[in-house]
Design a protein around this ligand. Structure first.
Ligand code: TXA
Ligand code: MG
Length: 346
């Protein structure tokens, strides 16, 4: 499907302004009517459609080129909407909801029949989260329905952390974009399966495993998070993801990067280096991109996808990236980098 014009609303984070209210109401009406609209959340931009409307949800898969066996996350504005969508909410899940919602934690439950079949890709479970972003909350309220939304990028590309990224990927492919500025966390939500007896972590994200365990005790890890041999429990984790157009290599010993750059230059390639502000001056390449500060991993998370997109813009053919400590949000950063690099590590 192609749209002659993709509507673009630039909204203020101060959602109490009359003009902003009117814009968000209009965008919400479009969702309710069955259209697909991109909107900001605290993690990344989402591409939303009415989760109870099968035809509307199919438009999301078409616009992104998303494989139909990869289920979507349903976004809600209020706790009570959850009961419309799922059954068997455990006491542990209730604790997590009380502690982390609204916020970057997606929980998987057994689904009810109201959820459109495409949302769950035929599974009997559904993923739900309540975003912590004033524009997202207001839009969900205005739509008045639960909203299925994957990240608003073309399938395989880095998730969008600004409306400009969404426009780059999806202009003329969707009805509209709500521009609420740059997102905060910068990486997608943590995904935790609460449909069985022991909660299982499928995707590391903004809420860390340590934070979850402090609340409800030990959770299991999807084995595929640590071994390329295992098939991931979460369908989306098996696809190539977040990949820049150039070939990305993760370099554990960063002192090797200058020599690797020199070798690729000698082969006539355009070369990029992904680093942080602390080490920026140590390298020379066609693009040296500082992604936040190593001393604050949250700033690295916030800038990661924008940095990966910048390499595409600079048309580099090979990228050497520093690695990060696998602790706290560093686990989510390394998970995304390993996928973007398709496991290429030096
Ligand atoms: O932060 C986020 O989560 C963003 C914003 C827009 O909310 N959304 C997002 O959606 O990252 P998406 O579609 O890019 O990732 C959803 C992940 C996929 O890996 C998918 O396979 C998994 O959640 N998922 C969804 N429903 C599932 C289910 N019922 N069982 C297992 N995995 C599921
Ligand atoms: Mg995605």
């Amino acid at each position: 499907m192609s749209y002659e014009h993709t509507e673009y609303w630039i909204v203020d984070k101060n959602i109490d302004q009359e003009r902003t209210k009117a814009q968000i109401n209009e965008a919400g009406m479009w969702i309710k009517k069955g259209e697909v609209i991109a909107f900001p959340t605290e993690t990344v931009y989402g591409l939303g459609a009415n989760a109870l409307d099968e035809q509307a949800v199919r438009k999301i898969f078409a616009a992104k080129g998303r494989p139909s066996d990869n289920p979507l996350i349903v976004h809600i504005a209020e706790r009570q909407q959850l009961d419309q969508l799922v059954t068997d909410i455990s006491p542990q899940a209730e604790k997590l909801i009380a502690r982390f919602w609204p916020g970057p934690l997606t929980l998987i439950f057994k689904k009810k029949a109201a959820v459109a079949p495409s949302v769950t890709a035929g599974l009997d479970t559904v993923a739900v989260r309540m975003p912590d972003h004033p524009v997202a909350s207001a839009l969900l309220q205005a739509a008045g329905v639960p909203v299925a939304a994957p990240s608003a990028n073309l399938s395989g590309k880095p998730s969008p952390t600004s409306a400009e990224h969404v426009r780059h990927d999806l202009d003329h492919k969707i009805a509209g974009i709500v521009d609420g500025g740059k997102t905060g966390v910068g990486l997608e939500s943590t995904v935790l399966d609460c449909s069985g007896t022991v909660p299982v972590l499928y995707r590391p994200g903004g809420v860390t495993k340590e934070q979850i365990e402090a609340e409800i005790g030990p959770v299991a890890l999807d084995l595929a998070l640590h071994s390329a041999q295992e098939t991931p429990m979460s369908p989306g984790m098996k696809y190539t993801h977040y990949a820049p157009a150039g070939t990305l290599w993760l370099v554990q010993d960063r002192s090797r990067i200058p020599e690797l750059v020199a070798r690729s230059k000698a082969e006539g390639k355009r070369v990029g280096v992904l680093t942080t502000i602390e080490h920026q001056a140590d390298y020379q390449a066609d693009l040296v991109k500082a992604c936040g500060k190593r001393s604050s991993l949250a700033t690295v998370a916030a800038d990661l996808y924008e940095s990966l997109r910048a390499f595409d813009h600079a048309e580099v053919e090979v990228i050497y990236a520093e690695t990060f400590p696998a602790e706290g949000v560093g686990i989510a950063i390394m998970n995304r980098l390993e996928k973007a690099a398709a496991g290429r590590m030096l």
